[in-house]
Ligand binder design. Structure first.
Ligand code: PGA
Length: 257
C-alpha cells in the first residue's frame, strides 16, 4: 500500500494566489506512489477543491462536533462534507495547547467525524517535560491520550471505519515546538505501540503516521520504516520547492520497497 503524505498548511499562506501555487506543486505529483492529502485553512478549502477537479484529496485542520447552530466562529462536519472534504485533523497539539482543547472534546469531534464519513487524523504526542521523564512515562501518556480521544468510538464499538493517528511529539514540531525531529527509531517504536493499542482495542482500519519537523533531508528516513505509514508535514510542506523535493525523494527512495 502506498504511504500517505498529509500536508498541514496551518495558518498559511496569506493569499489565494499562493495557495494556488501550492496546489499546482501537489498536482504535478497526482500519479505519484505517495498519496498526498492537502489540509489548507478553511477559507481556501472550497475554491482549491473546485480547482483540483478531484485529482487530489483534501482535509480540514479542525471542525466542531455539532452539525449547526449558535457556535460563533466554528465550522461543522456537515459544511466540510458539503464542499467535498474527506479528512479532518483533530486534536493537533497547537489546538490542545493554544486553544485549550481537551481529550473529552476531541473524543466528541472524532466521533462526529467518523459518524459523518470524514476520516479523522487524530494527533497525539508528549511535550518536552513528559519526554524527559523517560520512556515508560511518555509511552503511558500517549496511550492515555489515545484512549480518551478515542473514548466515544470505543464506548460505541465503532471499529470498522478508517482512522488515522499522527504521533507528533509536541517538542519536535517546528514553529510551536523546538523544531528538532524525533529519531526514526523512537517514532517507529511509538507507532508500533500505538498500532498495538488500536489492534488490541478492536480497531480494524488504521494508519499511523509520524509528524514533527519532517523535511527533505529526513523524510525518507522516517517513511522508509515499515511500521510508519506516512507523515503529517507542516512548515516544510508550505514551501512549494521543499514540498516537491520531498515528494521526489520519497517517490525515488521508496520505489523498491
Ligand atoms: P512541522 O509541523 O512539520 O512544521 O513540524 C507538523 C505538524 O504540526 O503537523
Amino acid at each position: 500500500m502506498s504511504k500517505i503524505f498529509i500536508s498541514n498548511w496551518k495558518m498559511n499562506p496569506q493569499s489565494f494566489s499562493e495557495a494556488e501555487e501550492l496546489l499546482k506543486s501537489a498536482l504535478k505529483f497526482k500519479a505519484s506512489n505517495i498519496k498526498i492529502v492537502l489540509c489548507p485553512p478553511f477559507v481556501w478549502l472550497r475554491d482549491l477543491i473546485l480547482k483540483s477537479k478531484n485529482k487530489i484529496e483534501f482535509g480540514a485542520q479542525n471542525m466542531f462536533f455539532e452539525e449547526k447552530g449558535a457556535f460563533t466562529g466554528e465550522i461543522s462536519y456537515k459544511m466540510l462534507k458539503n464542499i467535498g472534504v474527506k479528512y479532518v485533523i483533530l486534536g493537533h497539539s497547537e489546538r490542545r495547547n493554544i486553544f485549550g482543547e481537551i481529550n473529552e472534546m476531541i473524543s466528541k469531534k472524532v466521533f462526529a467525524a467518523i459518524s459523518n464519513n470524514l476520516v479523522p487524523i487524530l494527533c497525539v504526542g508528549e511535550n518536552l517535560n513528559i519526554r524527559k521523564k523517560g520512556k515508560k512515562i511518555f509511552e503511558k501518556f500517549v496511550l492515555s491520550q489515545l484512549e480518551f480521544s478515542l473514548g466515544k468510538l470505543i464506548q460505541n464499538k465503532i471499529f470498522n471505519k478508517e482512522i488515522i493517528i499522527a504521533y507528533e511529539p509536541v517538542w519536535a514540531i517546528s514553529g510551536s515546538g523546538l523544531g528538532i525531529a524525533d529519531t526514526p527509531e523512537n517514532a517507529k517504536n511509538m507507532i508500533s505501540l500505538i498500532k498495538n493499542f488500536l489492534f488490541k482495542n478492536g480497531f480494524k482500519k488504521f494508519l499511523v503516521l509520524y509528524g514533527g519537523s519532517l523535511n527533505s533531508s529526513n523524510v525518507l528516513n522516517f517513511f522508509s520504516q515499515k511500521e510508519i505509514d506516512g507523515g503529517l508535514v507542516g512548515s516544510a510542506s508550505v514551501n512549494p520547492d521543499e514540498f516537491s523535493k520531498m515528494i521526489q525523494i520519497l517517490n525515488k527512495g521508496l520505489k523498491n520497497k
